[in-house]
Ligand binder design. Structure first.
Ligand code: URA
Length: 260
C-alpha cells in the first residue's frame, strides 16, 4: 500500500482524521507536528558510571501536595508538577472551579475535551447537566454564600488522551493533591460523580449503581466527612432514564445539608 499522504483518497483522509479524533488528537495546538515519542536529545553532561537508584515513587510524589497551605498553592504545585505523563498530552491543567468556601465538594473523574480547553472542570455538556441538577436543589458553583455554593474538582487533573481511562499510576500521582484539596477546602459533604472518585475516596470497588445513593463516611486526615456517590452526568446523558436515580440522590444531598 502506498502511504504517501498526497496519494490519499478523500475517503481515506476523512477516515484517518476520524481515527485521530477518536484517539483524542482533536485539537490543532501548533503549526508543526511534534514527535513526542522521539528519544530526548542526549545531554552533553557526564553521567556517573553507576547512577543511584531512583527514590521510591510514593515518597517523592506525596511531598509537593503535603507542602501546600492553600488551594492556590495546590494549583501552583500542579502547574509545576511534571511527574504525571498526562500533563504532556493535555492542553492545560484543569484543577477546580466554584466557591472554595462551599459546604459541598463535588469530585468528578477526569477532564474531557471542553475542560482541557477551558481549564475548568465540568464546563462541557455533562457540566451543563450537572449545573441544572444542582440548581434544582438550590446549589450553584457561582453562589457567593457557602450554603448554596459548591466547589468542583476531579480525581485526575489533566485530560487523558482521547478520554481514555487513566492508568493506576496516573491516578495515584493525582491522589495526594485531591486529598490535600479535601483537607484544605474542608467540605461538610463530598459528592462523588461516578465510580472513579467513589472508589478512590471510599476504598470500595462495587459498581456505581450499587454504591450510589448510600451515604458513607470518608476519613481524610482523621476528619470524618459524609460522602454520597452518585451517577456521573455523562452517564446520564447516555442513559436519560437513570436521571430519576440521580434526582433521588440530589434530594438526599439537600436533606443532608438541611439537617446539618
Ligand atoms: N467529566 C468529569 O468527570 N470531569 C470533568 O471535569 C468533565 C467531565
Amino acid at each position: 500500500m502506498d502511504t504517501k499522504q498526497n496519494d490519499m483518497t478523500p475517503h481515506a483522509a476523512a477516515e484517518a482524521l476520524r481515527w485521530l479524533a477518536e484517539m483524542g488528537a482533536d485539537e490543532i495546538i501548533g503549526e508543526s507536528p511534534v514527535n513526542r515519542l522521539a528519544a530526548p536529545a542526549a545531554k552533553p553532561v557526564a553521567t556517573p558510571a553507576a547512577a543511584p537508584a531512583a527514590a521510591p515513587v510514593a515518597v517523592t510524589l506525596g511531598a509537593p501536595a503535603a507542602q501546600c497551605r492553600s488551594l492556590a498553592e495546590i494549583a501552583a504545585a500542579l502547574e509545576g508538577f511534571d511527574a504525571c505523563p498526562l500533563k504532556k498530552t493535555a492542553t492545560r491543567l484543569c484543577y477546580a472551579d466554584g466557591n472554595p468556601e462551599a459546604r459541598v465538594m463535588l469530585v468528578g473523574e477526569a477532564p474531557g475535551r471542553d475542560e482541557d480547553i477551558q481549564g475548568k472542570p465540568f464546563v462541557g455538556r455533562s457540566g451543563q447537566l450537572l449545573d441544572r441538577m444542582l440548581a434544582a436543589v438550590g446549589l450553584s458553583r457561582a453562589a457567593q454564600d457557602r450554603d448554596s455554593a459548591v466547589f468542583i474538582t476531579n480525581t485526575i487533573f489533566w485530560r487523558p488522551p482521547g478520554n481514555r481511562t487513566p492508568t493506576e499510576a496516573e491516578t495515584q500521582m493525582c491522589l495526594p493533591f485531591l486529598l490535600r484539596t479535601i483537607e484544605l477546602q474542608k467540605p461538610d459533604v463530598i459528592v462523588c460523580l461516578g465510580a472513579t472518585p467513589a472508589h478512590r475516596l471510599t476504598g470500595r470497588s462495587d459498581g456505581i449503581l450499587k454504591l450510589r445513593g448510600r451515604w458513607v463516611t470518608a476519613t481524610v486526615s482523621g476528619r470524618n466527612i459524609p460522602l454520597l456517590p452518585t451517577l456521573h452526568p455523562a452517564y446520564l446523558l447516555r442513559q436519560p432514564a437513570q436521571k430519576r436515580l440521580a434526582w433521588r440522590d440530589m434530594l438526599s444531598l439537600r436533606q443532608m445539608l438541611d439537617a446539618h
